[in-house]
Design a protein around this ligand. Structure first.
Ligand code: ZN
Length: 323
């Protein structure tokens, strides 16, 4: 079993209590609050800033630069053990969640298809986003996995000039673009957005990492394993349309806002194209990773049926209509 947090912890020597930690900026969310994560410990952004920065995860992309600045002031004493705390969905209030299909070169060429001339874009509804260790609810017997690098927009963006897309990305994280394949292709016409937006169909995390933390943010390993067996393994250098190009393209058509999300596409190895096809079954454990970011662990479970909407008792206004 791979460790839950494979990224390297900060190494803290004795006597560093008042020194700058100089560690990597990794931001997660615990109980709705933005936190710095280091190994198996975390520090509350609001507390470290002395209240100068709001820790509310729903607004953290509006003050991202301030949060990254606060990280420089972290000292060892600010951190406490994760213990039973759970890292939650770090993307809590995006206005828009874009996703891209057919975007890994090797995967398309293997399928004998031609490379797309422009990005194939669809949306995932924000309500499907869920945490890095949250369960994935199986809406049918045809629910599939798609590991993806996920980019988060850092500033309002309109018509970003070629070559400047990275300047508008505040963070990278990992994600799964879970898909109900029957819903996607049944009914005569394919539909992407709904079939990829059912409850729990968007695990993301475990943390947000600023692009400048990577030696080369355009060449990251990513993959996923089902019950310990690797299903997908690729590098983002194989993307047809890279992260900055996607930002430039989308911003030429739509206004992008801080906190908006872009799922950048998945490489080969999804269940629908296996022979025979293999889809998620209750109890399956799906582990997904992106180099330098960490891993998601999502267990497949049956759909949880919520209590039905309360039906008004017969009487009152209804009795009047019926009479
Ligand atoms: Zn996808």
């Amino acid at each position: 079993m791979p460790s839950r947090f494979p990224f390297e912890p900060l190494t803290l020597g004795a006597g560093q209590a008042t020194e700058n930690l100089g560690g990597r900026v990794r931001i997660g969310v615990i109980e709705g609050r933005a936190v710095f994560v280091a190994g198996d410990s975390f520090a509350d952004v609001g507390e470290v800033s002395g209240g100068a920065v709001r820790a509310d995860a729903r607004v953290m992309f509006e003050q991202w630069n301030e949060i990254v600045d606060v990280h420089r002031r972290c000292v060892r004493g600010d951190f406490r053990e994760l213990g039973g705390s759970v890292l939650e969905n770090p993307l809590q209030a995006p206005r828009q969640v874009f996703a891209v299909g057919a975007n890994y070169r090797r995967h398309i060429e293997e399928a004998g298809a031609h490379l797309p001339e422009r990005p194939l874009v669809f949306t995932k509804f924000p309500s499907c986003l869920t945490g890095p260790t949250s369960p994935v609810e199986l809406s049918s017997e045809n629910v599939d996995w798609e590991v993806e690098l996920v980019a988060v927009v850092g500033a309002r963006a309109d018509h970003v000039p070629p070559g400047r897309g990275w300047e508008y990305v505040s963070a990278l994280t990992g994600g799964q673009d879970i898909t109900d394949r029957v819903m996607q292709f049944d009914g005569g016409y394919p539909q992407f957005s709904l079939s990829k937006s059912l409850r729990t169909f968007g695990p993301v995390g475990p943390v947000l990492v600023t692009p400048d933390e990577f030696e080369n943010p355009d060449d990251l390993a990513l993959g996923c394993a089902l019950n310990g067996r690797t299903q997908q393994a690729a590098r983002t250098s194989d993307l047809v349309f890279s992260v900055p190009v996607l930002v430039e393209y989308l911003s030429s058509l739509c206004t992008l806002y801080p906190g908006d999300v872009i799922f950048t596409g998945t490489p080969s190895g999804v269940g629908a194209f296996m022979n025979p096809p293999r889809f998620l079954r209750p109890g399956d454990e799906l582990i997904s990773w992106v180099e330098g970011i960490g891993q998601l662990e999502n267990r497949a479970v049956p759909v949880s049926v919520q209590a039905a909407t309360t039906v008004p008792a017969v009487g009152g206004v209804w009795a009047g209509i019926g009479s």
